[in-house]
Design a protein around this ligand. Structure first.
Ligand SMILES: Nc1ncnc2c1ncn2[C@@H]1O[C@H](COP(=O)(O)OP(=O)(O)OP(=O)(O)O)[C@@H](O)[C@H]1O
Ligand SMILES: [Mg+2]
Length: 213
């Protein structure tokens, strides 16, 4: 979990990890590989770093299921040459993802008909379809209702079993619910790292960030 005041550099850090921005200095290592300055497409496909963006990234006029299907096929050359057997595998994968994002009951619904929170979950599902080793979520609960936020927390806790996840968040109740390790950024630098229970007591962290809550 990455937290810190507005302009601390949280999104910029995610841009550096995913190759959207090149660092002027320093290096980015992932899984022992130096990925500094590589093309975003290579970082996502070869190193399997997936990111859910803030803006809408789904197709409005097709179903929830079809959105997942596109995310799945678009990134797998194996699945593009569908045999009957692979088709059945793909169906099972899609079903599994729909369960994980809590939209199994709405799979035939048009994506345009989903609530704001459900759309966010579908977008998470579309990133999961690419089987990322590292999943990056920048403010996933922004604009969600309290109930949707809590459900997102449960979802992320379950996803942690299979993926490494970096979440950027401003919702402290959510951070407390989900976080294992918390990194606090301020003016582009790490000022504190550790369990949220420790981080939230740190005078410096309270001064630059938490006192605003
Ligand atoms: N290490 C850095 N050195 C210099 N400038 C930086 C650094 N990190 C971020 N910036 C600049 O600071 C500004 C805000 O950064 P960024 O958008 O990453 O903040 P944020 O932590 O995501 O804030 P918010 O919580 O509002 O989303 C950007 O213009 C970015 O270019
Ligand atoms: Mg940001």
């Amino acid at each position: 979990m990455v937290i810190g005041p507005n302009g601390a550099g949280k999104t910029t850090l995610m841009d550096l990890i995913t190759g959207k921005t090149r660092p002027t200095r320093g290096r980015v290592y992932f899984d022992g590989h130096n990925i500094t300055g590589l093309a975003p497409s290579k970082i996502s496909a070869k190193y399997r770093i997936g990111r859910k963006f803030q803006g809408p990234n789904l197709f409005e006029n097709i179903s929830v299921r079809e959105n997942i299907e596109i995310a799945l096929h678009g990134h797998s050359t194996v699945l593009r040459t569908l045999t009957y057997r692979r088709d059945a595998d793909a169906e099972a994968r899609i079903g599994g993802i729909l369960e994980q994002i809590g939209l199994a009951g709405k799979s035939e619904m048009n994506a345009a008909a989903l609530s704001h929170g459900e759309r966010q979950w579908l977008e998470i599902g579309m990133v999961i379809a690419q089987e990322p080793k590292l999943l990056i979520l920048d403010e996933p609960t922004a604009g969600m209702t309290v109930a949707e936020t809590a459900k997102t927390g449960e979802m992320i806790r379950a996803l942690k079993e299979r993926h490494t996840i970096i979440v950027v968040e401003h919702d402290m109740a959510f951070v407390r619910q989900v976080a294992e390790n918390v990194t606090v950024l301020h003016q582009g630098e790490i000022i504190k790292e550790g369990l949220f229970s420790e981080v939230e007591k740190d005078p410096e962290v309270i001064r630059v960030y938490l006192q605003d809550f």
